[in-house]
Write a protein that binds this ligand. Structure first.
Ligand code: AMP
Length: 206
């Protein structure tokens, strides 16, 4: 099953993706994580992305698209995956559709985690304070900018996926267990409505 975990920064995409990864037994691909790892390794991509991450801006589409594209082609994604933090622009969404089309696949569901801005800011500030490895972008100024960027550049994707009938809005308030329960119910409706194809590519058994 190929699921996109969608929502603003701090909505719980990472936390819920980890739970869903164990539940669905598919890899969890977080573009934020991939870029932070690339940065830690000091690769060209990582160093380029760092400038954008630290300013709360989106990394350039072509850069993120190439990172995700390469990862999607790997064997462990043949039976599906969880995309966390990608796509974040219409350009990325179109490119993902194109790439998946070439592989004979498509997105089964987009889970839109809804949390109001006030709570998002509280959560991200808390994460910045409590984390053993604080992120460069969990400070008030950058958080506010990330939210503006989300509303301007990423939120329009809600309509893009709603029109395709694959968007499932999920209330992201409450405990991680409560939210995960809602996600499971939302995915059950997707499975009910469409016979989700688990058809593996040649040579792969899912
Ligand atoms: P995240 O861990 O998902 O909050 O992402 C952290 C930062 O990585 C974002 O604020 C962006 O600077 C960058 N990033 C992650 N995913 C993307 C993406 N799909 N497109 C552009 N930039 C991204």
């Amino acid at each position: 099953m190929l699921v996109v975990m969608f929502g603003p920064p701090g909505a719980g995409k990472g936390t819920q993706s980890e739970r869903l990864r164990r539940h669905l037994q598919v890899p969890h691909l977080s573009t934020g994580e991939m870029l932070r790892e690339a940065r830690a390794k000091g690769t060209k991509v990582g160093l380029m992305a760092a400038e954008y991450i630290d300013q709360g801006q989106l990394a350039p589409d072509h850069l993120v698209i190439s990172v995700v594209g390469g990862r999607l082609d790997r064997n462990d994604c043949q039976c599906g995956c969880l995309l966390d933090g990608f796509p974040r622009t219409v350009e990325q969404a179109r490119s993902l559709d194109h790439h998946l089309g070439e592989l004979g696949k498509s997105i089964d569901a987009v889970i839109d985690l809804e949390v109001d801005d006030e709570e998002l800011i509280d959560r991200l500030l808390k994460r910045g304070r409590d984390s053993e490895k604080p992120r460069h972008d969990d400070n008030l100024e950058t958080i506010q900018h990330r939210l503006e960027v989300y509303h301007e550049q990423t939120e329009p994707l809600i309509n893009y996926y709603r029109q395709r009938g694959i968007l499932r809005a999920v209330d992201g308030h409450g405990t991680p267990d409560e939210v995960f329960g809602r996600i499971q119910s939302a995915l059950a409706t997707v499975l009910d409505e469409a016979e989700v194809s688990h058809a593996p590519s040649e040579g792969h058994v899912c």
